[in-house]
Design a protein around this ligand. Structure first.
Ligand code: C5P
Length: 225
């Protein structure tokens, strides 16, 4: 029997460096990449475009099924189209993250996105980045990593990123948002943010991106078939 397509899962709280580390790891392995947070963000954006009531789970579940989400890798990086419209910039907004986190607490929304996420598992392999990649979506993953970093460090990184983009936000405000989002993600009843029992924890505080990527890749066994 052929061995299943290998998957490396990288979970952790927002700002731990998952996105950058996952993209670089996927590039070095020559594997596909799933940014599962972008799916939740895309549903959030579609819901806000449609002016949906966030306290109406049925409407949000319908919206999850109806929203077309496409990823395009181009010279300007990964672009995300939501219902045919380029929503890449709107997707990265802090307000979209908060919206995504509220929507992600609805069990039927999570269920509706399950198969879409699993469809990314294709040869020669997949690096999947999110909150429940190792626990719920790919429990049989080849290697599982849980990245952490202190909340202050995560707020500092995010602050620097936004400053570079010319977006003005206060450090304290960012730290508050990060702590609130962590709490919501960790406390929700379905697929709460927590490391899989067999995940390797890496604290990225004080480590360079390259050091983290090297540590992560050292966990991926070479394929023998
Ligand atoms: O990773 P990112 O910050 O883009 O995710 C946005 C939000 O989507 C998270 O705060 C979380 O609530 C939700 N999410 C999730 N499960 C995932 C990925 C993201 O619940 N696998």
């Amino acid at each position: 029997m052929p061995s299943p397509v290998p998957v490396l899962t990288i979970d952790g709280p927002s700002g731990a460096g998952k996105g950058t580390v996952s993209r670089l790891a996927a590039m070095r392995l020559g594997w596909h990449y799933l940014d599962s947070g972008a799916l939740y963000r895309a549903v959030g954006v579609a819901a806000s475009w449609a002016d949906l009531d966030l306290s109406d789970p049925a409407a949000l579940v319908r919206c999850t099924f109806d929203t077309a989400i496409e990823f395009h890798d181009g010279p300007a990086g990964l672009r995300v189209l939501v219902n045919g419209t380029d929503a890449t910039d709107e997707l990265r907004l802090e307000t979209t993250g908060t919206l995504a986190s509220a929507i992600a607490a609805i069990p039927e929304v999570r269920a509706a996105l399950k198969e879409r996420q699993r469809a990314f598992r294709r040869e020669p392999g997949l690096v999947a980045d999110g909150r429940d990649m190792g626990t719920v979506i790919f429990p049989d993953a080849t290697a599982k990593v849980f990245l952490t970093a202190s909340a202050e460090e995560r707020a500092r990184r995010r602050h620097n990123q936004l400053k570079e983009k010319g977006v003005s936000v206060t450090f304290d405000g960012l730290l508050r948002e990060i702590l609130a989002r962590d709490a919501r993600d960790a406390q929700r009843a379905v697929a709460p943010l927590k490391p899989a029992d067999d995940a390797i924890l890496i604290d990225t505080t004080g480590l360079s991106i390259d050091e983290v990527v090297d540590r992560v890749l050292a966990l991926v066994p070479a394929r023998t078939d």
